[in-house]
Design a protein around this ligand. Structure first.
Ligand code: KG4
Ligand code: ZN
Length: 339
């Protein structure tokens, strides 16, 4: 695809991170992320608080991105924003801001699919995957194996039937008494733990599908039972618990991805989404290279929610003149297979 030289501003506000990015000719010049700390006090994302924090953060975050990229508003060709899926109140803040700014500057706006953007984060830097490739997209709300046929053409091969992988990390972290989001903390604590200390049974679900709610319940019952015998069980075994849980989740994810890749005879495999920041998942994906696969992992800043990934997706949409009407309503639910 021959790229037109274009400059875009992109805004991400689907959950609890307010982010703005500038992209010029497909190169990300700035990717500013303001993470909302307030939710850790509540043990999860509080939608009302999230949209209020987006309202407070959006102007300074956009200003910082423009300044860092040394781009003037008058140089912008379009403004992109996350159109969904996500929390409605959070999506409304980013989309209203982007549409109003686009209208004021008399340029088009582009609604971007958040999960497509996680996948396309792989096209921000080199090396870039070759089509078709398989992407395991793992975040707080989604767990999907996506067949990526082209930049904007994706098909879901398998997905979770209940909780997402990130949710499993976060809910188990809560059982261990850790703050939200627990995924990064489990990753950190697991480094000093024994991954074989405890065994948790893996779910049996459809070929390429996932299920994590049974694992969460198994962990809860196990911890409750052990705590009856020893009140300090969690505190005394925290690192081992984290390492064992992380190993179980990562083994489930990698086994399904490998099975899908084998079945579809695809050698290019990737991970994306917040959980792709997990150090064990990253090393286990890389380990599949020994079996003849080529693996791709986005740079850390593009794994968690960020506007850089929205910007690169908008860049490809711009090439195809896939603009959005000002009447576009954010979608809390939106399939990756739809345009
Ligand atoms: O993509 P993301 O930033 O937001 C959503 O779109 O959901 O993903 C957030 C999820 C959270 O569940 C968080 O605990 C998890 O990603 N996560 C991790 C790690 N870093 C973030 N899970 C395991 N290990 C990590 N290092
Ligand atoms: Zn996300």
């Amino acid at each position: 695809m021959e790229a037109k030289p274009i400059t875009l501003l992109a805004i991400e506000s689907s959950c609890d991170d307010t982010s703005a990015a500038l992209i010029k000719d497909g190169k990300v010049l700035a990717n500013i992320i303001a993470s909302q700390k307030i939710h850790s006090e509540w043990g999860g994302v509080v939608p009302e608080l999230a949209s209020r924090a987006h309202q407070q953060n959006i102007v300074p975050v956009v200003d910082m991105a423009l300044k860092k990229a040394a781009v003037k508003k008058s140089e912008l060709d379009a403004i992109a924003y996350t159109g969904g899926p996500g929390l409605m109140g959070s999506l409304m803040v980013g989309s209203s801001f982007a549409k109003a700014m686009a209208q004021a500057l008399n340029i088009p706006s582009i609604a971007v699919h958040h999960m497509k953007a996680h996948v396309l984060a792989h096209f921000i830097d080199d090396p870039k995957p070759k089509f078709p490739f398989l992407c395991l997209t793992v975040s707080g709300g989604h767990t999907q194996i996506v067949l990526v046929k082209d930049y904007l053409e994706m098909k879901i091969i398998g997905s979770t039937i209940d909780d997402a992988a990130g949710e499993a990390f976060d809910k188990c972290a809560k059982i261990f008494g850790l703050d939200y989001p627990g995924g990064p903390m489990i990753d950190k604590l697991a480094k000093n733990g024994n991954p074989n200390a405890f065994k948790f049974t893996k779910p049996r679900v459809g070929e390429f599908d996932f299920s994590f709610s049974g694992l969460k319940t198994a962990v809860l019952y196990f911890v409750q039972k052990q705590s009856l015998e020893n009140q300090n069980f969690v505190a005394e075994n925290l690192e081992d618990l984290c390492a064992s849980l992380q190993k179980t989740i990562v083994e489930i994810l990698i086994a399904k991805l490998e099975h899908a890749a084998e079945s579809l005879n695809i050698k290019e495999i990737a991970i994306a989404g917040g959980v792709s920041a997990n150090s064990l998942l990253r090393s286990e994906l890389q380990a599949l290279e020994r079996k003849g696969y080529t693996s791709y992992i986005p740079e850390f800043q593009y794994c968690l929610d960020n506007a850089g990934m929205i910007a690169i997706t908008a860049h490809f949409q711009y090439q195809k003149a896939l603009f959005s009407d000002l009447s576009f309503e954010p979608r809390a639910r939106w399939s990756i297979e739809e345009n």
